[in-house]
Design a protein around this ligand. Structure first.
Ligand code: URP
Ligand code: ZN
Ligand code: ZN
Length: 464
């Protein structure tokens, strides 16, 4: 593998931006310093470019089985899209298995889906479903030790959700065993009561989707989760896809009380889009996701929280279904629409364009939210998430001045739409290097199917 020397760029870390060169050797970074020379290396002139660590997306749903359908990106197509957007590592959320399935069932299923398919580095979050007993806890420990899967997701809504008693058992166990529990926070009672009421009244267009999943349902579930975690030895928890100001207020209350053992993620869709998209009953289906899009005030509150470093990560919740076919299932009844939207490729560009280029975020914050914090929280740091000697040579060369218009035509996943069609953007991914190899150039994927090098994560990883 040729050495690569990236010269004259601005290297961005979670704390600063410096003018420096970067030299790779094999799969890792050899040096980050001014004026490196190496005659054997292939040189890339990155004058005027930003040099970022490969981005990490800790919330994707490739090939997700939702019972009646599957999300339309496989691990192959979805990770090509991720790579083209500057993401070099994903941590994918497993689907629920058949009723009563134990955790190993889905670990094996996900190796079948991803191994030899993913074109970038990957790991999984285990899934907890239905009920918790000794065999579930034993399998969690085994999976953490043998597989390096040190995070598990549970849901406070959906059919396979856990009851509070079981959540508490899991939290107590996780606290003892260095496992991080990630949680989808919506109050199931509120959501199902409202869905049934709207259904009974024939209120079935997309505009009733957000009405049936109000911000208070998120806020209540976050507050309850954090109270449970506090009672169970301050068990580490990670709140996925925070969407609302009310949810954020629940987070802030816990922080003000000194609670530290939790992480919070939001997603670009909650920062850039709002519920007006549901006004159009057909187009609105594109944005049927859970939690739903909120109001402008919610968006502003989330941007402010990012600017103030209150949140920890920005992931995508990439869960694409085609608009032409799969999303049409909800045409006459929003409740039948598969939930989720594409986004794995757009994330870095959106955060740079709407965040850094508009002065809402600094460059180190961009790196913190997309690279360093996800790596730290999920046990990948310092192998991933930072550019320094010894780290994996996962590098994005990013042109901060490029202007463009976001369009599905330039994207690589299987979804037939992007929620950001026509958005004017600043910045562009120029080159992506993964473990020392150029895998993207000129918006073209140059890599190949993966070597099945599944990422094991550190069992002692907890929230920062
Ligand atoms: O609507 C969404 N987000 N679908 C994916 C599953 C989840 O809840 O994260
Ligand atoms: Zn979720
Ligand atoms: Zn999700």
């Amino acid at each position: 593998m040729a050495k690569i020397l990236i010269k004259n760029g601005t290297v961005v870390s979670d704390t600063d931006s410096i003018r420096a060169d970067v030299l790779t050797d094999g799969e890792t970074i050899k040096a980050v310093a001014p004026d490196i020379s190496d005659e054997e290396a292939v040189t890339i002139d990155a004058d005027g470019m930003l040099i970022l660590p490969g981005a990490i997306d800790v919330h994707t749903h490739m090939d997700l089985d939702v019972g009646f359908d599957r999300s339309c990106d496989t691990f192959y197509t979805g990770t090509i899209a991720a790579a083209c957007g500057g993401t070099t590592t994903i941590v994918d959320h497993m689907a629920f298995g058949p009723k009563g399935a134990l955790p190993w069932h889905q670990v094996e299923e996900y190796h079948r889906l991803a191994d030899g398919e993913a074109v970038i580095d990957y790991s999984f979050h285990g899934v907890l479903q239905d009920k918790v007993d000794e065999s579930v806890l034993t399998q969690m420990r085994e999976i953490a030790e043998k597989e390096g899967i040190t995070s598990f997701k549970l849901y406070l809504t959906y059919d396979s959700m856990l009851k509070d008693r079981d959540v508490c058992e899991v939290l107590a166990f996780a606290a003892e065993n260095g496992i991080l529990i990630t949680v989808h926070c919506e109050n199931d009672g509120i959501v199902n009561c409202l869905r049934d009421h709207y259904g009974a009244e024939g209120k079935l267009s997309a505009s009733y989707h957000p009405k049936s999943r109000p911000a208070q349902a998120e806020a209540e579930a976050i507050n309850r989760l954090l109270c449970m975690a506090e009672c169970l030895d301050e068990a580490p928890v990670y709140i996925v896809h925070l969407s609302s100001k009310a949810g954020l207020e629940a987070v802030m209350r816990a922080k003000e009380k000194g609670r530290k053992h939790f992480g919070v993620e939001t997603c670009p869709q909650y920062l850039l889009l709002d519920e007006a998209l549901y006004d159009d009953p057909v187009e609105g289906l594109k944005a049927v996701m859970s939690p739903p899009l909120r109001t402008g005030a919610d968006r502003d509150a989330l941007w402010e929280a990012l600017a103030d470093d209150i949140l920890d990560t920005v992931a995508t919740d990439h869960c694409p279904f085609t608009f032409g076919k799969q999303k049409q299932r909800g045409r006459d009844d929003f409740r039948l629409c598969p939930n989720g939207a594409p986004g794995v490729e757009e994330r870095l560009l959106l955060l740079y364009s709407e965040g850094c280029a508009r002065g809402r975020l600094t460059l180190p914050q961009l790196v913190r939210y997309l690279c360093t914090n996800p790596a730290r929280i999920f046990g990948l740091y310092p192998k991933k998430g930072i550019l320094r000697p010894g780290s994996d040579a996962d590098i994005v060369i990013f042109d901060p001045k490029a202007k463009g218009i976001l369009t599905r035509k330039n994207l690589h996943g299987n979804a037939d739409y992007t929620c950001y069609e026509g958005l004017e953007t600043t910045g562009a991914v120029d080159t992506v290097i993964q473990r020392g190899q150029v895998i993207v150039k000129n918006n073209e994927f140059l890599g190949s199917r993966g070597d099945g090098k599944y990422l094991k994560r550190d069992i002692s990883s907890l929230c920062r």
